[in-house]
Design a protein around this ligand. Sequence first.
Ligand SMILES: NC(=O)c1ccc[n+]([C@@H]2O[C@H](COP(=O)([O-])OP(=O)(O)OC[C@H]3O[C@@H](n4cnc5c(N)ncnc54)[C@H](O)[C@@H]3O)[C@@H](O)[C@H]2O)c1
Length: 360
Amino acid sequence: MSEKKTWRVAFIGTGMVVQWSHIPSFRRLEGVEAVAVCDVNEERVRSVAKDTGIPQAFTDYREMLEKVQPDITVVATPNIFHKPMTLAALEAGSHVLCEKPLALTYADAKEMMDFAAQKGKVLTVGTHYRYSAPMQAAKAHVDAGFFGEIYAARTVWQRRAGIPGYGSWFTNRDLAGGGSLLDIGVHALDRVLYLMGYPEAVSVTGVSYDKLGKLGVGLGGWGLDISKPGEGVRYDVDDLTWAFVRFANGVSLIFQVAWASHLPEQFFAELYGTKGGANVTNREGVDLYTVLNGQQAHIETNVPVDKVSSYAHLIENFVARLNGDALVDIITPEQALSSVRIVDGIMRSAALGCEVKLDD
Ligand SMILES: NC(=O)c1ccc[n+]([C@@H]2O[C@H](COP(=O)([O-])OP(=O)(O)OC[C@H]3O[C@@H](n4cnc5c(N)ncnc54)[C@H](O)[C@@H]3O)[C@@H](O)[C@H]2O)c1
């Protein structure tokens, strides 16, 4: 009997997502060994290595890749580094889980995916919401044809006070590339595209604002290295982005994200179909709407509470794919690129102040 492979995993970046999601999610799996961590913050990388018992710690990712030769590399650093670190890890012979956003432009994301294909490696991205219980519940109704033809959709993730990492890389355009769009927007878009079947987008109109962050209003949530509002804090990314997307099949999408607003929190995806509609929130289950025997019906479905996080499911699916399970629901390169193409269009449209055609 052939012995099952053990996947040796290394992590570039030891910030919040690696500590909270990646390390525990890999460690719950059989046949995976966390072998090394790397961070430019020496104190942090040493303390994460000590607390988790990961044997090797580095401050230079190229040195780590060369010395450790990991089978899997996780890239979870400020967004600007995703591309060079992913390319270096692929070159070193790793499969890669790169955090979202995969890249800051469509051209960069395409180059990364093409390089992964050339190297025969799997490159996937941390857009994990498709694996959440409500999304899986909604997808089952899509696949069963409950909605008929889905002709329009809306995705909204709006926070009241959730500007992450104020004054850190998160709010610095040179390091993050953008704000709410590249952070929660990437998730909001990918989850609705998953339900819509990733249709081909043809044009985008986007608008972005940075009003509240500049005033030091709406701070909260995620991120290390946070500053207090005041002199010298850099804030030059969007904290609200809206967009309207048209697809080749005639479907349209309204997209609204905000890190901060003087309005209540909202988190949902809506599907508009010829036979039914849905509102997918973070409730375990879906709100479905249709007409039953001539009467308007609202059906609240419930699914068992999922004790495993959507992030852990993403990592489980990634490793299953490496183990040769062809049936797993891993985000494909085409799906990842289709999301990035729209985000790239939203950024260009917001900068230009007009609609852009996505005819690459
Ligand atoms: N998928 C998700 O739901 C999710 C959630 C949170 C964050 N993220 C993504 O993960 C990435 C990291 O986010 P975070 O919240 O952990 O940020 P963080 O600020 O907590 O951590 C980033 C870490 O990267 C380190 N770093 C910076 N430059 C480096 C370099 N050149 N080499 C090695 N390490 C370097 C920093 O010192 C820091 O420890 C971001 O791209 C973010 O968008 C994804």
